[in-house]
Design a protein around this ligand. Structure first.
Ligand SMILES: Cc1cc2nc3c(=O)[nH]c(=O)nc-3n(C[C@H](O)[C@H](O)[C@H](O)COP(=O)(O)O)c2cc1C
Length: 492
């Protein structure tokens, strides 16, 4: 695994959970359809004793928003420690920022949730009789009772993000209580807040005064409540600036999320990349895994949030997860099937190679329909990256010579009667690649080992229960285990 900081300095990563939505039933293609911290030796710190027993405790939950500028300039370094994202939020704004941070860092979320929630009336700080005004004025009322006030495994956290709204140019009372309660010595505290004009006020200095034995990062993230909803990219940029993006940590066995991890965003140099990935359940950093990058067809591409996740049930994604050999599988939803998408596919591939335990000699690509148009470009732009490519029911938009020059194995599959592309384009791609190999002095046997084409007729499809929509039916290629095996049998 590469060092996080070096690996991502050109990127912003935003991982968000977006709502699952339906695939758009558009014509051309069928559906089928990540912490940080300084390398501090983890301190053995225990919650400070409090006079009251905690009411209850919940385990911090992993989860996953905000505008912003960062104040100050101190840098946090990424570490291998555990990350906790603690927040107080009376009306949900800080919560949004907290969830973005947790998603991005792979940190655990812990809400300072008052047992007696604040009503709008309670929050009316221009009324001196309101609850907040009274709590603020009278220290005896400040110790706000929480639904859960024990952070399980507090000692295990090296880094604590702490989020709060600006209340009277100060920390809300519940946040004061939290600092009172817990021993932060040796930990790194990273503040973030939401405000309606005052930014952090003096709160970061206050935290430093409250926790003199902790490292308090001054370059906190502050965002206006007007813009918090759109601030995910800013959160990602801030985390990157801190050298603190979480996928590096997510990729460690302890913290990594395995199985299908859905609807993530990488803010790459080429723009926003929406993607999901699959990590084997027993993902192990000592093992290097083949990586498969799959690109779906038009109806599973990115058309806004409603389309998010429309590629998750796609056989072309799931089939690789069901093979006997464990693989890491990435499926992106991109916005065009031209050069931008091709560059994004490459960026995503490199991102996974940098942040997960990938066998660089076994990086593969697969594309279906529009996704094939994209991936044929991507593999020809970076033939050094990919060992093999499955080109399903698509047209070849890339170059040919670089494929042959780098002996990227290519399997071309197209229904003889594909309604959308016809089969001639598949033959053209095959013939051009074949010629490119001949030009490189390859003999037929050797070419056959790296270049295959299958153009099944209607009868072949009928045997598989497909009697119409042969373009959409082309997704069946992802059920042909011999083809899948051929693809992943190649290595650099
Ligand atoms: C009691 C109280 C005092 C506040 N004081 C300030 C302030 O001094 N400066 C400011 O910018 N915003 C102030 N606000 C606005 C909040 O910071 C803002 O509404 C924030 O988005 C609330 O976040 P939340 O939804 O996470 O609770 C105050 C809000 C409350 C309820």
């Amino acid at each position: 695994m590469n060092e996080l900081k070096g690996a991502i300095n050109m990127r912003k990563l935003t991982a968000l959970f977006l709502s699952l939505a339906m695939a758009l039933g558009l014509a051309a293609c069928s559906s089928g359809t990540p912490s940080p911290s300084e390398s501090n030796t983890p301190e053995t710190s225990a919650p400070q004793t409090s006079s009251e027993e905690p009411e209850s405790s919940v385990e911090a939950e992993s989860s996953g928003a905000s505008t912003s500028q960062s104040d100050g300039s101190e840098e946090a370094e990424s570490t291998d420690g555990n990350t906790l994202v603690v927040y107080f939020s009376a009306t949900g704004n800080t919560e949004q920022a907290a969830t973005y941070i947790a998603d991005l860092t792979g940190g655990d979320l812990f809400e300072l949730e008052p047992a007696d929630p604040y009503t709008d009336e309670d929050l009316n700080y221009s009324n001196e009789d309101s609850r907040v005004s009274q709590e603020y004025e009278d220290e005896a009322l400040r110790n706000v009772e929480l639904v859960a006030d024990t952070v399980e495994n507090w000692d295990s956290y090296d880094t604590v993000f702490i989020g709060y709204p600006n209340w009277w140019a100060d920390l809300p009372m519940a946040v004061y209580s939290f600092f009172d309660e817990y021993d932060f010595s040796g930990k790194t505290i990273i503040p973030f807040n939401v405000h309606n004009g005052s930014r952090f006020s003096r709160t970061i200095q206050t935290i430093g005064e409250l926790e003199p034995d902790a490292t308090v990062i001054e370059n906190g993230f502050t965002v206006s409540e007007q813009t918090v909803a759109d601030a995910a990219p800013d959160v990602a940029a801030w985390l990157e600036e801190l050298g603190y993006l979480g996928l590096s940590d997510m990729a460690t066995e302890d913290q990594v999320q395995t199985g299908v991890v859905t609807e993530l965003i990488l803010e790459g140099e080429t723009g926003t990349i929406h993607y999901s990935y699959y990590l084997p359940d027993d993902y192990d950093m000592e093992t290097e895994y083949p990586l498969m990058v799959v690109m779906p067809g038009y109806d599973m591409m990115w058309f806004g949030e409603d389309s998010s996740g429309s590629n998750l049930k796609w056989t072309g994604f799931l089939c690789w997860t069901e093979l006997p050999e464990d693989m890491i599988v990435v499926s992106a939803q991109l916005t065009d099937w031209h050069e931008t998408s091709a560059n994004q596919a490459i960026e995503l591939t490199e991102y996974f190679m940098e942040h997960f335990s990938v066998d660089a000699s076994r990086v593969y690509a697969a594309g279906y329909s529009a996704g094939g148009e994209t991936m044929s470009q991507a593999v020809s732009m970076r033939p050094d990256l990919y060992a093999a490519y499955l080109h399903g029911a698509s047209q070849w938009d890339g170059e040919y010579a670089p494929i042959a020059a780098n002996s990227v194995a290519v399997y071309i599959f197209m229904a003889e009667n594909d309604e959308y592309y016809g089969s001639q384009r598949a033959w053209d791609a095959y013939n051009n690649l074949h010629d490119a190999y001949l030009e490189n002095g390859w003999g037929e046997d050797n070419i056959a080992s790296v270049l295959q084409i299958q153009i099944p007729d209607n009868g072949w499809f009928a045997e598989r229960g497909i009697t119409g929509n042969y373009h959409g039916g082309g997704n069946v290629v992802f059920e042909e285990e011999t083809i899948l095996s051929w693809v992943i049998s190649h290595s650099k």
